[in-house]
Structure formats: structure tokens, C-alpha cells
Design a protein. Structure first.
Length: 206
């Protein structure tokens, strides 16, 4: 009797009945065998597959559609002239991001889950039907983990690096050294952002 109960409980865990637009819908927990998941995993290493399988389960619970249902709906929606319909999964992805930020603890964890979902669409469709996301979509409201540097270059070392760098890298090097901004923040800067570039004295430059 106990073994029968255990088997029944396991089956309940494998298949979850949900409602999608008012209709009962079953999400198969054995999604690893879905043909679109199999296509997604071609060429990925074992560790990446393991992480994606674990993370993708949370996306399936959130969107309440099997991988095949998502792909079929994506194809149908991308042929629509209704922009709201065409961007259905982009909006779901952003809602998923908000859900993750409310349930996860770190920025890197949130981005890991988001990357998993984006990878599923891009590796099945490429640029044509992959999620049309912009840079700001990836910016999380959670604090980012800052890793302490083992080596902080001195001013003389910066001068040496500056001597051997090309023009682009010289600009990046000086900006990073004088502002303390991260590489990601520095790439967002424009020349208009540095208002005192031409008014600072010589002693304030390297």
C-alpha cells in the first residue's frame, strides 16, 4: 500500500495540471525528451545542460506551457500583425524577471535563469524568432556581487599600460582608473557624460 501511494505521488509530481486561458492544460515534467529541448541541447556541455534543465523547470511552471507549445505559439505569433501578440514571450520573459527578483537573492542568479530561457528560444529559432530583448531588459534591480580585486595597479603601472595601449584602450583605461566605474558602466558612457574632460588641470590626469 505504501509503495502504491509513493508511485501515485511520483506521478503527480511528474505531471501538473494547470489552467491556460481558462482551459485545463497539462505540463509534462519529463520535458527533457521534448524535441525542441533536444534540439536546444545539441552542442551544449553536460554541466550547462544540467543547469538549464533545473532552471527551465521554473520557467515552465511560470509560463504554464510545454516547450513544444511555446515554440508552436511563437511561430504563430510571429506571423501576426498585432505587436502585442508578437511580443507575448518578450513580455512574459520580463514578467518572469520580476518574479525571479522577488524570489531569488542575487543578480547573478536572476540572470542565469533569464539566460536559460533566452537560450531556449535563440537556439531553436536563431535571430529571426529568438526573443527580441534590449540591453536594459537584462539589468536587475538586485544588488550585484562585487568581487574584491587581488591586484590594484599603481599610477606608475597605469602609465606603463597606457604607453602600450591603442587609442581606444587608452580611453577605457583612463576612464576606469579615474572614475572607479565597472567595465559595464564604462561602455554606457558617451563623451557628453564626461563634462570636465577638457577643463581639468594637468595634475588631475595621468
Amino acid at each position: 500500500m505504501n509503495s502504491g501511494f509513493t508511485k501515485q505521488k511520483a506521478q503527480q509530481n511528474d505531471v501538473k495540471v494547470v489552467k491556460m486561458r481558462g482551459r485545463p492544460r497539462t505540463v509534462n515534467r519529463d520535458y527533457e525528451n521534448d524535441p525542441y529541448v533536444q534540439k536546444w541541447f545539441v552542442g551544449l556541455d553536460k554541466n550547462t545542460k544540467g543547469n538549464y534543465l533545473r532552471q527551465f523547470k521554473e520557467w515552465l511552471d511560470f509560463v504554464k506551457m510545454s516547450p513544444t507549445e511555446q515554440i508552436e505559439l511563437r511561430i504563430k505569433q510571429m506571423n501576426s500583425t498585432d505587436m502585442t501578440e508578437r511580443q507575448f514571450f518578450e513580455n512574459k520573459w520580463r514578467e518572469f524577471k520580476a518574479h525571479l527578483e522577488a524570489t531569488k537573492k542575487t543578480d547573478s542568479c536572476v540572470k542565469g535563469y533569464l539566460k536559460c530561457v533566452a537560450s531556449f528560444f535563440s537556439r531553436n529559432f536563431g535571430k529571426r524568432y529568438g526573443l527580441a530583448l534590449v540591453r536594459g531588459d537584462w539589468v536587475s534591480t538586485l544588488p550585484q556581487h562585487m568581487k574584491a580585486l587581488d591586484w590594484i595597479p599603481s599610477q606608475s603601472e597605469i602609465k606603463t599600460l597606457y604607453t602600450h595601449a591603442n587609442l581606444r584602450n587608452k580611453a577605457l583605461l583612463l576612464t576606469l582608473y579615474h572614475t572607479g566605474l565597472s567595465e559595464a558602466d564604462t561602455t554606457e558612457l558617451t563623451i557628453e557624460s564626461i563634462r570636465e574632460l577638457y577643463t581639468s588641470g594637468e595634475s588631475e590626469r595621468v
